[in-house]
Design a protein around this ligand. Structure first.
Ligand code: ACO
Length: 428
């Protein structure tokens, strides 16, 4: 029997199909609502609006479930590698060893960036935020590979762009950091794996070899897995909507980087550390800050707390909290910020304000502490997130193209002035 919902308006009723996802999620398909009733739907911030049908990532915010292509995030974080997860997201299945080797080797062909592009770094102010640098350089890749701008893409051409993006993103990111430091840039070393090569470009100096620590490589690999996709969030929806105009993949990803930058999204990891440092400088007591976060006249929010979708716990936060303890122990780092973070978490989780609003630590609450222990500076945290999210954005773009989705174009309810007569400037 067909499942449908009924909307009554002005004495008439309209039947709308209800569609069901594979995890039994239900949605009212309102595509015909406007033509039949003249009504549109209004949902600021898309809090209850599905923009697409997707087979990439499933999450259940009430139960704290996150799966990529059907595989639980807990299992992937424990058993898999970032490159395996990237392949899984982009191509829809776990790779065989041969497929993974080929994927890695193809990416290694493209790790260098054009020497002309290298000069761009010299033009940025030395204190340029690396997210601004990364976003513009990712977009600039489209000017070096103009063939990517052809909307009639063959799958080989798309694969080449994917390989270039995966390969060049670590180089661009690490060089944005070197720019910030005023240090010479280190060229990619294709004998290293993806994460090792990135760390080497970040921390090696021409005069000093970078000593690779397997605990650091492992922790970073895990963080990248946890950030690899998260269905239709702000940056991913941006990638899909920009791509829906048939803008090329580089520009679509660049738009995603920019959307991620904001402190309410990926920028939260930087904001968390800045907040913890402020609390530390203020004496370390957490009560005052909890009170500020609850005060409606104060703009302060507890950064790293709350999530649009998770209303019970963020499964990534659980994994990260444990990884954070492990990595600090393994590296022998004692960071007083972790005590402040744990103190804040404990007080907030027992406070009615946070309980009533279902506010829990999100993925970014502890990720900054790990990045800090790995030697990654605060300004680079959101870049790390972008590096992890890249395969997810690519997979979502690819799915949008293969679904032949129409250009994204929401409606609005106009509430401005109606007809006004133009008044010449002297008479205003
Ligand atoms: N501190 C204090 N109060 C909060 C917080 C917070 N971190 N988050 C939400 N609230 C309160 C709001 O003031 C609001 O209260 P009200 O109902 O009395 O008005 C209520 O909780 C609901 O908050 P909204 O902003 O409506 O929730 P929304 O789903 O729109 O926002 C968001 C989610 C943006 C993540 C929000 O919780 C927030 O700003 N958190 C801090 C920033 C952060 O950590 N962002 C990272 C998110 S994860 C990611 O992108 C990787």
């Amino acid at each position: 029997m067909e499942d449908f919902a009924e909307v009554s308006y002005n004495g008439k009723s309209f039947k709308l199909p209800v569609i069901t996802g594979t995890e039994n999620e239900k949605a009212i398909d309102i595509a015909t609502l406007r033509s039949s009733s003249g009504l549109v739907t209004l949902d600021s911030g898309f809090k209850n609006t599905g923009s697409t049908k997707s087979s990439i990532t499933f999450l259940d915010g009430e139960q704290g479930i996150l799966k990529y292509r059907g595989y639980a995030i807990e299992e992937l974080a424990e058993k898999s590698t970032f490159m395996e997860v990237a392949y899984l997201l982009i191509y829809g299945k776990l790779p065989s060893q041969q497929e993974l080797d080929k994927f890695n080797n193809n990416i290694k062909q493209h790790t260098l960036i054009h020497e002309d592009m290298r000069k761009f770094f010299e033009a940025y102010p030395s204190k340029a935020h690396p997210m601004g640098v990364v976003a513009s350089l990712v977009c600039s890749l489209s000017t070096f590979y103009p063939e990517s701008q052809n909307p009639n893409r063959s799958s080989d051409a798309v694969d080449l762009t994917i390989q270039r993006l995966m390969a060049k993103m670590p180089t661009i990111s690490a060089w944005a950091y070197k720019n910030l430091m005023g240090h010479p840039r280190i060229y990619p070393n294709n004998e290293l794996d993806y994460v090792g090569n990135f760390l080497n470009m970040m921390f090696a100096l021409p005069s000093q070899k970078y000593e690779m620590n397997s605990a650091v490589v492992k922790a970073l690999d895990k963080l990248l897995i946890l950030h690899a996709d998260h269905e239709q969030n702000c940056s991913t929806s941006t990638v899909r909507i920009v791509g829906s105009s048939q803008a090329n993949l580089y520009s679509s990803i660049s738009a995603g980087v920019v959307a991620l930058w904001g402190p309410l999204h990926g920028g939260a990891n930087q904001a968390v550390i800045e907040m913890l440092e402020k609390i530390q400088a203020d004496g370390g007591g957490v009560e005052k800050w909890i009170a500020k976060a609850k005060d409606k006249n104060d703009t302060f929010r507890l950064m790293g707390f709350g999530h649009r979708v998770y209303k019970n716990f963020d499964p990534r936060a659980k994994i990260i909290k444990k990884a954070c303890d492990d990595v600090l122990k393994e590296l022998g780092v004692h960071d007083p910020l972790i005590e402040i973070a744990k103190g804040l978490e404990e007080v907030a989780l027992n406070d009615p304000y946070f309980k009533e609003r279902n506010l829990y630590p999100n993925v970014d609450f502890y990720s900054g502490i790990i990045y800090k222990a790995l030697g990654i500076p605060t300004e680079m945290f959101t870049v790390m997130f972008a590096l992890g999210r890249l395969p997810g954005w690519i997979a979502q773009w690819k799915e949008m193209i293969s679904n032949n989705e129409p250009i994204g174009r929401p409606r609005q309810i106009y509430i401005g002035d109606t007809e006004k007569k133009y008044v010449s400037i002297e008479k205003r």
